[in-house]
Each structure stands twice: as structure tokens, then as C-alpha cells.
Ligand binder design. Structure first.
Ligand code: ADP
Length: 368
């Protein structure tokens, strides 16, 4: 009987590696799922051209049949593309194939704030402030552009290098000239303010309420309003009940809660950033930063003079006379030996710091 030759040949190992399927000829979608959203999965991808990791949001086009979903997906794309801020996740690009829309975002390797709170259970005021202040900066940026996020919550706060990156603009809305949004139930129930639940017109105050709920969650390790039953949850949110706070919380912090969770006359984001608690916490941070100024390691190639810039850390001052100051200080520890590292603290003249203004931080730079 005739035998086909390949039956008799032992299989030869292939020397050619199987071709990886690359999206847009550059992104290899790895089998690592970063999270799942309302309209699909978020996966880790490697850009082969620049050898860098990104997050890719993969949205099935089948959702585009629903008007609501289409609006959400367009929102996500529009607002991500239009917003550039250090505390908002960076949009890289988007593209599509027959089945999906792909949104490429910077990769936030530390996951979400929700995951962090679940691990830590609750954060100290200092730790919570670290995240709170950055989220407030992102909200200030959005509100100044007349954008309301409408879904501020711990799951939508990504962390990268311990810094905050706000994501998920599905529910966002542009409301110019102090306009109000039509009544609609939007966002996530536990974080919704009473005016959304009772289907009234609403405005930027929605984000302030949600930020207050998020601050409570960070400091207590549990949400302020919880229930398995939606109706009961609605009732808890809308009834003006006495809030139970962790007894170790500072009075300034409790006062801020009351102002952010007010049913009427809620404070705005500028007032949040000017609140006694924020000012006090910034002052503490500034004092720590002063300690962190030591020791400065001068590399031998660095010039002996160090430029110390005092810059405003807050856009509250961006238009004010405090925007930036700078001066040169001579290192008091000049090294005679070029190769010797200087371990001594660099002294910064105290006049360089505006002591009355806690929003200033000190930046050190060497010139080569
Ligand atoms: P959706 O808008 O569909 O709700 P999200 O934008 O909230 O989706 O993303 C869902 C989850 O995916 C997030 O909670 C997070 O766990 C993960 N994720 C999203 N974007 C990134 C990113 N850039 N880096 C890391 N993880 C991400």
C-alpha cells in the first residue's frame, strides 16, 4: 500500500514562532484582565513599537444598538480626548475593527482606590488627604471646563505611582453657563446625592456629594449609605439622618463632611479646596516636605548652585500673584573634591517660603 511520505516522517519542530496577532500592527493584547466595565473588558496590552504597556478598553459593537450605551461610549471618548490633566487618565488613541471599539489608555499599574481601601480597610486622615486632594484637583479642572463627571467613586479612581487618575466618563455631561442637567438617575447609587435620586435637575454639586461619600469611605473603610435593597438605600440617602463619624476624626474634617453632604447650599469645589481641613492638611504636608528637603545629594557634575522654585501646588492660585517665585541659593556645603557626594542638607532661606500660604511646595532642581 502506498504511504504518504509525511506519515513516515517524524514531525520536525517548527523554527518559526507563531505570529502574534497585533492590533493596529502594534498592540499585543495580553491575557491579563485589568477590570471589567459596563461595556466590556479592560486588558493589558504591550505596544511592540515602543515596548510600553497600555490598558485597552475593548467595547463590543453589539452595544451600539442601544441608544443609551452609544451615548455613554461617545461620552467616554469625547471627554477622555478633551481632558489633559495629571490626575485624569491619559487617552492615547482609539480604533475599531469589525466587532469592537478599542480605547487605548495609559496603564495604571496599582489598580483602583477601591481595591486599596479593601486591602487597608481604612486610611488615616493624612493618607486619605493624599488621594482626596488629587481627586479634588481633577474635579476642579473638570468643573472649570463645565464638565460634570457624575460617577465619582472609588472604583473610578485609578492609581499610578501612588498618584490619582480619574477614569470612566460614561455619565459625564457638559453644562455651560451654570446650567442644570435634566432629571435622570445617573452614576452609582451609593454615591448619588438626594437631588439625583428624587429626579430633580442637578449641577456640579453632584460631584461634591460623591467626593464627600468617597472621603467617608476612605476614612471609615465602609460606605456611608448601604443596603441590599434599593428603596431602603434611597431612603437612607434622602433622609437627613445624623452621620456617625470615626471619633478620631478632626473637627475640620467633620465640618467639611457636613458642607459637602449638605442637601441644600452645598459648597463648590473651590470652597472644598479652601476649606480649613484642606488648608490644615496642606500645612502638615508642607512641614513634612521641608524635612524631606534633606539630604540633597549633589552629583559631582552638578553646578554648585541649586535653583529652588516655589510653585503653587493649587490652581486656586494659578491666576494670582503667587503663581511662581524662584531664586538661587548657594549650596552652603560646597564640595572641594569634585567626586565627593554632598550628603548635608541644603538650607533653603525661609524667606523663600510663603509661610502664610500652605499651598506652596518646594521644587529642587540641579543644573548641569
Ligand atoms: P466602564 O467605563 O465600562 O465602567 P472603567 O473605565 O470603569 O469601565 O474600567 C473598568 C475597570 O478596568 C476599572 O475599574 C479598573 O479596574 C480597570 N481599568 C480601567 N482603565 C484602566 C487603566 N488605564 N489602567 C488599569 N486598569 C484600568
Amino acid at each position: 500500500m502506498y504511504q504518504y511520505p509525511f506519515y513516515t516522517l517524524s514531525p520536525q519542530p517548527s523554527t518559526v514562532a507563531p505570529q502574534k496577532k497585533l492590533l493596529k500592527d502594534q498592540y499585543e493584547v495580553l491575557q491579563i484582565e485589568l477590570g471589567s466595565g459596563t461595556y466590556g473588558k479592560v486588558k493589558l496590552a504591550l505596544n511592540h513599537k515602543i515596548n510600553k504597556k497600555f490598558a485597552i478598553k475593548i467595547i463590543s459593537k453589539s452595544y451600539m444598538k442601544q441608544i443609551f450605551a452609544t451615548q455613554h461610549i461617545l461620552n467616554e471618548l469625547n471627554y477622555l480626548q478633551g481632558c489633559k490633566h495629571k490626575n485624569i487618565v491619559e487617552y492615547i488613541e482609539h480604533f475599531e475593527d469589525r466587532d469592537n471599539i478599542y480605547i487605548v489608555l495609559e496603564y495604571c499599574e496599582q489598580g483602583t482606590l477601591d481595591e486599596l481601601i479593601k486591602i487597608k480597610q481604612k486610611l488615616t486622615e493624612e493618607k486619605a488627604f493624599h488621594y482626596f486632594y488629587q481627586i479634588a484637583q481633577a474635579i476642579l479642572y473638570l468643573h472649570e471646563k463645565d464638565i460634570i463627571h457624575r460617577d465619582i467613586k472609588a472604583d473610578n479612581i485609578l492609581l499610578q505611582n501612588n498618584n490619582v487618575k480619574v477614569c470612566d466618563f460614561n455619565w459625564s455631561i457638559f453644562l455651560p453657563n451654570g446650567g442644570k442637567a435634566k432629571p435622570c438617575v445617573c452614576g452609582t447609587t451609593e454615591y448619588m446625592p438626594p437631588e439625583v435620586i428624587t429626579k430633580q435637575k442637578h449641577d456640579k454639586g453632584v460631584d461634591i456629594w460623591s467626593l464627600g461619600i468617597l472621603l467617608y469611605y476612605m476614612l471609615h473603610g465602609e460606605l456611608l449609605f448601604r443596603s441590599k435593597h434599593k428603596e431602603e438605600l434611597y431612603e437612607k440617602i434622602c433622609n437627613k439622618q445624623q452621620i456617625k463619624f470615626n471619633e478620631k476624626l478632626s473637627n475640620e474634617c467633620i465640618l467639611l463632611f457636613q458642607q459637602m453632604l449638605a442637601h441644600q447650599k452645598r459648597i463648590n469645589i473651590q470652597q472644598v479646596l479652601n476649606s480649613d481641613w484642606v488648608i490644615k492638611m496642606l500645612k502638615c504636608k508642607q512641614n513634612q516636605n521641608q524635612l524631606e528637603l534633606t539630604p540633597i545629594k549633589c552629583r559631582s557634575t552638578a553646578q554648585e548652585s541649586t535653583r529652588v522654585s516655589i510653585v503653587s501646588d493649587s490652581s486656586r492660585f494659578s491666576n494670582s500673584k503667587f503663581t511662581a517665585k524662584s531664586l538661587y541659593t548657594e549650596s552652603p556645603y560646597k564640595s572641594k573634591n569634585q567626586n565627593q557626594e554632598i550628603q548635608h542638607p541644603m538650607k533653603v532661606r525661609s524667606s523663600a517660603l510663603d509661610q502664610n500660604n500652605p499651598a506652596f511646595r518646594v521644587e529642587k532642581r540641579y543644573f548641569y
